[in-house]
Ligand binder design. Structure first.
Ligand SMILES: Nc1ncnc2c1ncn2[C@@H]1O[C@H](COP(=O)(O)OP(=O)(O)O)[C@@H](O)[C@H]1O
Ligand SMILES: [Mg+2]
Length: 355
């Protein structure tokens, strides 16, 4: 039986119900670790190392929530080798990270997020321009029982009004973290696209954190937390709708911010330590080819190739090849063959990223 679309309430909802003691306490804890993360991130002087690595991890996990599954190795290989092997999952994951970067650029320019920006983000992930839903028929289905659990608004004009309202609320001056939970619920409830709503919504979460200056760069993501208990995520969203149970949903998201901030802090520390020891060890073992930039390249790109060195270090192919081979001879890299291309893997970094 097809359920009728429910009408979706406009934001803001009554803030009193979000500021219970338990929520305010959890909000304070989450804010504290998030601030620590924001303050600590600059210990890695080349921020691209961090952003590349962490956002790719997120791209993989957020896509995995939607059953698009790849390994890190597959991803890096697809990004590095030319022509790209057309593994469609890897492609969608790489698109996801592209969409994160694009979102950040849009934010930097205008310090707000518009409906148009959201449409572009979804377009980038899905690689089509169907845009906001115009045809009825979209509903959320329980994947085991096939039962319809929720039918989002079906009318194009109504969806547009809801999205305008969503953006107005997102961009207003209120900057609490619980608001991110409210926004994520609302976005998934509007479900404005045929596909990609989950992933677009999770990208909006990190953009919100940057918009409200909780972070400077896109390095905190909840997907690793969500994927540990995916059904909880779905069930809590549904409980807000059916039982008005906001507390558990908001506490769940705040706990996600707290836990993933801690986890990300650890990861940054590990990357920093590995980078520092590698800088030292390359300098000692390969003093003739050593430069800080060279080591940073193989950290920015855990899978490297000759072209990367040619472009960044302004050296010729022969020299670049010599550098990579020498790094491999000293156990800093391991090569694999991808078609005609030789890729050099920073295995220590890859091991760390996979943990
Ligand atoms: N009961 C629910 N109420 C609202 N949103 C839900 C519910 N269950 C799942 N969702 C959201 O819908 C997303 C899936 O929508 P979909 O358009 O397929 O996104 P994607 O293509 O990124 O998978 C989930 O990740 C989740 O965010
Ligand atoms: Mg989907």
């Amino acid at each position: 039986m097809r359920k009728k679309a429910q009408s979706v309430a406009l934001l803001p909802f009554d803030a009193d119900k979000f500021e219970t003691r338990a929520i305010l306490k959890k909000e304070a804890q989450a804010r504290q670790v998030l601030a620590e993360l924001k303050g600590f991130a600059p210990v890695i002087p080349n921020q691209d190392i961090l952003i590349n690595a962490i956002s790719l991890q997120e791209a993989r996990e957020s896509s995995a929530i939607e059953n698009i599954v790849t390994t890190e190795d597959e991803l890096y290989k697809n990004m590095t080798s030319v022509p790209p092997e057309t593994d469609s999952s890897a492609k969608e994951v790489i698109n996801y990270r592209k969409a994160v970067y694009m979102g950040c650029q849009m934010l930097q320019k205008r310090h707000l997020i518009s409906v148009n920006d959201i449409v572009k983000i979804q377009e980038t992930i899905i690689e089509n321009n169907a845009g906001i839903r115009r045809l009825p028929g979209t509903s959320l289905v329980n994947s085991t029982t096939n039962e319809i659990i929720y039918t989002p608004p079906q009318d194009y004009q109504e969806i547009k009004v809801l999205l305008d309202n969503f953006c107005a609320y997102m961009n207003n001056e209120e900057d609490s973290l619980w608001k991110m939970a409210v926004l994520h619920y609302q976005f998934e409830t509007i479900h404005p696209f045929y596909d990609g709503n989950g992933r677009t919504g999770r990208i909006l979460n990190v953009l919100y954190l940057i918009l409200k200056h909780h972070l400077d760069t896109p390095i905190l993501y909840l997907s690793s937390y969500i994927i540990k208990a995916k059904n909880t995520y779905y069930a809590l969203l549904q409980e807000v709708r059916e039982k008005n149970n906001w507390d558990n949903w908001i506490l769940y998201i705040l706990d996600g911010i707290e836990q993933t901030s801690k986890h990300t802090l650890k990861k940054i520390k590990a990357i920093r330590n590995l980078l520092e020891s590698t800088l030292y060890n390359v300098q000692t073992a390969c003093p003739k080819i050593y430069s800080k930039e060279l080591v940073e390249i193989v950290f920015e790109n855990p899978y490297s190739k000759i072209d990367f060195l040619v472009n960044k270090l302004n050296i010729n192919r022969k020299t670049a090849s010599k550098y990579l081979k020498e790094l491999e001879a000293n156990n800093f890299l391991t090569h694999i063959q991808a078609g005609k291309e030789t890729l050099y893997i920073n295995t220590a970094l890859m091991d760390l990223l996979k943990q």
